[in-house]
Design a protein around this ligand. Structure first.
Ligand code: GAL
Length: 697
């Protein structure tokens, strides 16, 4: 009786004081809220899908991340203890010394076992990263691992959390980022807490406070001829080009001097046929009419050696579906582009990785996998919409997604693509790293030269996109191997840091861009993205998306939409259909903007246009220096939810301008006024002011 009474007392005491401790494992929390620049946090594996190994020890329970990594957890003062072991991960796959995961599981980021977005192919030099792990509580450093390097034994964080409201786990890497920089893990991580409220991960995103606002004016019903105003072709090739026209339907397009061999469908503005057999510039006098009026303009068809006279505009499947892409999605993308975007110049529909079968035929022919039962029919469908069809492969034996590459089958593969009607090839280095002899320029160029020779034999105009992440300063020699565009960076991700690392780093290569030859800081990460079947709205804020699109336009970057086209929302559509902003990107001069002014939290970029005007982007980048290394500043503690706008100014002499200038806001398509010597404007956090300055005569 006495003992029953005692047990009851202990039970009551525990339940009333709330002293019963519970545990939540880190790997059971919502890992999608781990804030990484590249990839996503993985339960019990590294981001590459390999086991978590720290200094030779394999851990079954852990969270694999890439650096820098940030994770914010709401404890509400209920936490009592945090425990984790941390360290840099070794990259080992069973049976493989190094390299990407074998294929098979399309649930992994990147799908089908592909190296996740942002992952370089093997052969891209890896740095030897160092990294610092931090546990923070309410803006204080509670624990710091010190600087750790590959091979170091895991260190133990074992700390009290009494009174802590917000817990943050941060990994900082000073000398590298992502897979190039570092794979890190928090293993056996757990939080003990009391009370009924379970610790919960929350978003670390800094909120700019601005809701999505469509700045692009509603599409006019009047007939209009948009960009591009120039198109390149080589002699006597299959030709397809849709005159970019908008306005209330039905529209009627006429061209009074179309060269022989070309046919115009006047209801759609689509020109098909064979390009002229002689080199030369053909000026097409275009008229578009509807019930409300007519518009006239000239479009130049330049038959010569160069394709892509303006940066290619289109869509690519990678940032949306990763390896999960299939022909239904491609056709659906073609439908949306033809319906909503073609009139604004969007022209390519490109399949990225994930279309290839596992085996070649006995004759060595490359086949499609089950997701592409009729690729030729799909290509024909794309063409029937007045759009052009792009494909993807690697010079290595395997692509980055572990599909079959074109190594030793270059001519055969190019011939196959020719038969399918391909108009664009993205050729991605990936496993060519295992073939290359050394880092010499010859070796870097070799596979790209070889494939160019093969595609020339197809008798098609194939825009050639080199993808090797900028190795060997590719912008210096891309034209030599006949590349029309070349990636200059690692893969883009949908976060601001990634935009800073890709777009905002493109000033030193500016002089190498021009008609036919473009620096490519990777595809657009607006709309619904995800690199797998599991897509979500981009993590970029609306202001960040305006900056992204404005900068890519200023940079004359290829514009390849990377979102799910069947989930195109009105905000994203607004971003993609502003003809004045697109006009900056598609300007015939092909000048790439340069950085003209920089402060610790802002940048001003300027581009020359063919009409003598300048386009200037005033970007409020936010503090890019201390927030990259100070762990406390890397966390959004919730007390600065709305960052105020900032006044950014530019002196006209920094732009090489004298005299009065008419200033036009390109997103709203409105003149703001006349300015002399200087312009300044309020810019939202991570946002942009995009203006055009035209001299007043
Ligand atoms: C990466 C490339 C990505 C995508 C992917 C496909 O190397 O940078 O853009 O093409 O491979 O596996």
């Amino acid at each position: 009786m006495k003992s029953v009474f005692l047990i009851c007392c202990v039970f009551l005491l525990c339940s009333f004081s709330g002293a019963v401790e519970k545990t939540i494992w880190l790997n059971e929390m919502d890992l999608t809220l781990f804030d990484l620049e590249i990839g996503q946090a993985m339960k019990n594996t590294t981001m590459m899908g390999s086991p978590i190994i720290i200094s030779g020890v394999t851990y079954e329970n852990g969270v694999g991340v890439t650096t820098p990594a940030k994770y914010l957890i709401e404890l509400n003062g209920n936490g009592t203890h945090f425990y984790a072991e941390v360290g840099p991960c070794e990259m080992k796959f069973p049976g493989r010394p190094d390299g990407p995961a074998p294929g098979g599981d399309d649930k992994k980021p990147g799908g089908n076992g592909a190296a996740p977005a942002g992952t370089p192919g093997p052969g891209v030099p890896r740095m030897s990263p160092t990294m610092d792990f931090y546990v923070l509580g309410d803006k204080q450093v509670l624990w710091h691992s010190g600087t750790m390097k590959n091979g170091d034994k895991a260190k133990i964080a074992d700390i009290d959390l009494i009174g802590v409201k917000k817990l943050a786990l941060v990994v900082v890497s000073v000398n590298g980022r992502g897979p190039l920089g570092g794979m890190a893990a928090w293993v056996n991580g757990k939080i003990t807490y009391s009370g009924d409220v379970t610790p919960k991960a929350v978003t670390n995103k800094t909120v700019s406070g601005n809701a999505p606002k469509i700045l692009t004016p509603a599409e006019s019903e009047l007939p209009k001829i948009n960009y591009p105003k120039v198109i390149g072709a080589t002699e006597g090739k299959p030709f397809i080009f849709a005159i970019p026209v908008t306005g209330k339907k039905p529209l009627q397009v006429t061209i009074d001097n179309l060269p022989k061999g070309l046919v115009l469908d006047s209801g759609t503005g689509i020109i098909t046929g064979t390009s002229p057999a002689q080199k030369g510039t053909f000026i097409l006098n275009v008229t578009v009419k509807n019930s409300l009026g007519e518009a006239k303009d000239k479009i130049e068809l330049k038959v010569g050696d160069l394709l892509a006279l303006t940066p290619p505009m289109g869509w690519n499947s990678w940032n949306a579906g990763g390896m999960s892409v299939d022909q239904v999605k491609i056709r659906a993308a073609a439908d949306v582009i033809a319906d909503k975007l073609r009139g604004h110049g969007w022209a390519f529909v490109n399949i990225d990785d994930g279309w290839q079968a596992d085996k070649r035929t006995d004759e060595g022919l490359l086949l499609t996998n089950h997701k592409f039962s009729d690729i030729k029919g799909m290509g024909d469908y794309i063409h029937s919409k007045g759009l052009r069809f792009g494909i993807y492969s690697s010079p290595g034996p395997r692509t980055c997604g572990q599909a079959i590459g074109s190594y030793q089958h270059e001519n055969q593969d190019a011939a196959t693509w020719g038969k399918w009607g391909v108009d664009y090839l993205k050729y991605d280095w990936c496993s060519y790293g295992s073939i290359v002899q050394d880092n010499s320029l010859d070796e870097l160029q070799k596979p790209y030269k070889m494939m160019h020779e093969a595609i020339v034999k197809t008798n098609r105009d194939i825009v050639y996109s080199l993808c090797q992440y900028g190795m060997g300063d590719v912008w210096k020699w891309g034209p030599e191997v006949n590349g029309n565009l070349w990636r200059t960076t690692m893969d883009i991700q949908d976060n601001w840091k990634s935009i800073l690392n890709t777009g905002f780093t493109q000033t030193n290569n500016a002089d190498y861009a021009g008609p036919g030859h473009w620096n490519d800081p990777d595809m657009l990460v607006i709309g619904t993205v995800g690199w797998s079947r599991d897509t979500k709205p981009t993590k970029l804020s609306p202001d960040e998306q305006y900056s992204h699109f404005s900068l890519w336009s200023l940079l004359s970057s290829p514009l390849l939409i990377g979102c799910e086209m069947d989930k195109l929302d009105s905000f994203t559509l607004g971003l993609l259909t502003n003809d004045e902003v697109i006009g900056v990107n598609q300007d015939v001069l092909g000048h790439q903007a340069k950085l003209v002014k920089k402060g610790s939290d802002f940048q001003v970029w300027a581009k020359n246009l063919s009409d003598g005007s300048k386009v200037v982007g005033l970007f409020y980048t936010g503090d890019t220096e201390s927030s990259a290394t100070d762990p406390v500043k890397m966390i959004n503690w919730g007390d600065n939810k709305t960052e105020p706008a900032k006044l950014i100014s530019i002196d006209f002499n920094l732009l090489g301008l004298t005299g009065k200038q008419q200033v036009r806001n390109l997103w709203s398509q409105q003149n703001i006024g006349t300015y002399d010597g200087h312009f300044e404007t309020e810019v939202n956090f991570h946002g942009v002011g995009l203006i055009k300055l035209s001299a007043i005569k």
